[in-house]
Structures are given as C-alpha cells and as structure tokens.
Design a protein around this ligand. Sequence first.
Ligand SMILES: [Fe+2]
Length: 299
Amino acid sequence: MRITNQNPTLGVELRDLDIATATKETAKTVASLLLRHLVVIIRDQNVSSADHVSFSAKFGRLEEFPARPGDPDSYDPDKMPWMKYIFRVANERSQGYTKVGLYWHTDGYFHAQPTAVSIMRPVDLPDRGGDTWFANMYQAYDMLAPDLRKKVDGLTAVSRSAPGARSGTGLFSGGPVEVVRHPLARPHPLTGRKALYLNLGSIASIEGLHWRETDDLLKQLTAHIETADCRYCHKWQSGDIVMWENGAAAHMATPPPEGSLRVMERTTVDGVEYFESDFWREAARAAAVVPSYEDQLAL
Ligand SMILES: [Fe+2]
C-alpha cells in the first residue's frame, strides 16, 4: 500500500491496496491511518458489494439496515447475506434513500453509542457534482473563539428523533424513537482528544437553551466549520472506497446536477465494540494521536 496524497486538514489517499484480498493486519494499518487522518480514500477498487462488506467487517461488527429501495429484484437475504449491511443513498427514489445528509453531521448520532466508522463506495456517479465535504472536528473545536469554546464545553445536545426527522428525509420513520444525549464538545472515545460533535439533522434541542438559542448556536457552529480551515472536499472517482471516522470527522453531501444519477453504497461499523476491541486499541496506539494542549492539561 502506498500513500499518494495527504491533505493538510484531513484525508489521506492510498493506492496499491486491494480491499478484496486485504488481511486483518492491513486493515489495522488502515485503521491507524484513519485515526490519524480521519478520512481514508482508497483508489482504484473495482469491487462488488460483497467485497465491500467483507472488507468493512474487518473493522468490527457492522450495523444492519432494513430492506430498502434499490435492492436488486433477485435479492434473497439467504443468498445475498451481505445486503443487510448496506445502506444505499441515491438522488433517485427508486435507487435508494434520497435527500440524505445534505447538512453537517456524523453518522449514527441518534445511537447512544454512535456509529464508529463509515465506508462508502460509489455505484453510479454523475459526470460532475455530488461531492462530499468533510471537516476535521478536532481542528474545528480547537479553532473556536475562546468564549464560544467555553460555551460549547458545557453544553449537551439532545437527539430525540428518528434519523432524518428534522431534515425531512423521514428515514426509518415509524421505527422506535430513541432519546440520546451527546456533549457538543466530545472527547474522542479512543484518542481522548476533544472534538466538536454534532448532527444538524438529528439535534432536536440543546439542554438549557431556548430553541431560538439552539438554532442560533447551530448556525454559528455551521458558519465556523465553513470558514475555519478544517475542511476537505472529496470529488468522487469511480473505484473509490472512502472511509471516515465519525468521532472526529463530520461530513456533508451535496446534490449532483439535475438529471444525473448518483448512487452510493455505505457500510457502518457499530460504535459499541469499536471502543473496546484490541484491534482498535492497537490501531490507536500505532496512530499515536497527540491530544491537543487543552486536553493534555485536563488529563
Ligand atoms: Fe452521512
């Protein structure tokens, strides 16, 4: 495997790695790079959905999803057991869930132990557009003005809706609604470094704030993410496998031009085992992420 590009904010690009034949040791190296760079882009992977799932499973237990639009007609859960681990997003209703994640968010925010890692593969790409923005939320937190950082430090966000309810996509509507709380400034469960942690589609309120103050603060934080030097824009290429670490990177989809088709398949590593496994502890040690100065003082 070769590192062929490294962005100053977040994101590292790898080549000469075949995910279909990758060993667990290779996966651990990739996990380590992920903890250090927060986004890992593996180029030139012409792999199947099954390969995507088996590679993803090397990083921990995968989250499962209900049957969805875009399932192949021939889909039989017994014959295609990997399909339940794939979440498909598209800009065409018959191909997958639409209007997903067009705002800054981390995946699985609505879980008490949120999704650890997401791994995405393009199935159909438009000629242009449909980019995904990523933000380094360690940096976003570090770059907050001191008074805003002090305010954010004491606040807890409440997610009390099914995913997508606030943004209107209605994903999984009718499913159980969990009420979960996350600190807005959240120490990363593996590295201990504090990151700004939010999902603008899931946060229903912030404890102790009037809804108007909540809206104002979330707008202020969005403006901060978009003006602080902490972002990377990923322009998808066919054959990409892009992984992101939800504890320290936020992301935002952008719609492709009208009339073009964009279909993506995504797997997600459950956050529950992530924090406890030797695999991830060893990857974190190898990544040697240095806590920010403030975090070191607090340790
Ligand atoms: Fe997402």
